[in-house]
Design a protein. Structure first.
Length: 342
């Protein structure tokens, strides 16, 4: 059987400003060689979410959310159902002179008891509306609605560290839901959990961010024999498609993905460094990715892989075949030359 490995790397091409100013010169010679000797083609997905949906054979409708919440919820232990779900992720909204800046849960150290108490407070307050908030993971919350709202949202990753105003929900019901978000801020402001967090010198959880609304999608044929991923969306897509899924492990890569068929590896650590605008961490995670590139090049050379497809989640794909490794005449460019907005 032909072995084909799909490697999804959000954040590979940044944007990551500040490298030159800090004197950082990222070097990943094997990864750079693979990129140089690849055939570059278009990819249907131009974001992390849309890339994954395309690879799993799930359609996207222009102007509508990708139903990432319902799928991620499966990875966090939620039961399969037909309900409409939204990400309702806990955030800290920092007011400045004329705007609100958003910081996500990874900057907050949310304790399970904090999440449970705030979810219970929310559910009591909105019980008459038929809404139910599940804090299945301290950092990832899910809101079930009785009917689908006329709403278009923005993924949380696009808003971290930014003024929320341009990214607030849009659509026919946008005004109502913006009022709801304000109401939730007031509700959480006086919550006992937040008073205790502040006493413990922790930032309060003073809001939620809505995104990724929809029900579990029909159809989709991934065709993967194995998925290796640590993020909730990839794991949820695997569960939805009944595909075997393992956590990222370089030690298990050849055993899991070198025996024929098609395999998906989602290397997501770089994405977090981009969201945090942390150049030094980005370089460190790139060095770790280089070790994966070394292993993948070896698998190609040993004929354990016939083809490697790399997706930086920017509308491109890099197709590397075993025979393409012999294109020694093609010069390699440093990874920094590929960065967005450099």
């Amino acid at each position: 059987m032909t072995s084909h490995l799909h490697l999804v790397v959000p954040g590979l091409f940044g944007p990551m400003p500040g490298l030159k100013e800090l004197g950082l010169k990222p070097a990943a010679p094997v990864l750079e060689r693979l990129l140089a000797r690849a055939d570059v083609a278009g990819a249907a997905g131009d974001s992390f979410e849309s890339t994954l949906f395309d690879l799993f054979g799930l359609p996207s409708e222009p102007g509508s959310d990708l139903p990432s919440a319902a799928l991620s919820r499966l990875a966090d232990g939620g039961e399969r159902d037909n309900a409409f779900w939204l990400h309702a992720d806990p955030v800290f909204l920092k007011p400045t002179a004329d705007r609100l800046l958003l910081f996500d849960a990874q900057m907050l150290d949310i304790r399970p008891e904090d999440a449970d108490e705030l979810a219970a407070l929310f559910n009591r307050h909105f019980s008459q509306d038929g809404w139910h908030l599940e804090a299945l993971h301290p950092d990832r919350w899910y809101l079930r609605l009785p009917t689908a709202p006329a709403l278009k949202t923005t993924p949380l990753a696009d808003v971290i560290g930014r003024n929320i105003d341009p990214y607030l929900p849009s659509g026919v019901e946008a005004g109502h839901w913006r009022s709801v978000l304000n109401e939730i801020q007031m509700l959480f402001h006086s919550a006992a959990a937040n008073r205790q967090r502040e006493a413990d010198h922790l930032l309060p959880v003073n809001g939620i961010w809505l995104s990724g609304g929809g029900a579990l999608p029909d159809g989709g044929k991934a065709g993967f024999s194995l998925v290796m991923a640590d993020d909730a969306l990839s794991q949820g897509l695997s569960r939805h498609s009944e595909t075997a899924c393992q956590t990222l492990s370089l030690d298990r890569l050849a055993q899991g993905c070198g025996g024929g068929g098609s395999c998906l590896v989602v290397y997501s650590p770089l994405q977090r460094t981009v969201l945090s605008a942390d150049p030094q961490s980005w370089v460190s995670r790139l060095n770790e990715l280089e070790q994966w590139a070394v292993a993948l090049q070896r698998m190609l050379q040993k004929k354990e892989l016939e083809r490697l497809s790399l997706y930086p989640c920017n509308g491109q794909s890099f197709q590397i075949e075993r025979r393409g490794l012999r294109r020694f005449w093609i010069p390699c460019s440093p990874v920094s030359d590929y960065l967005l907005g450099r």
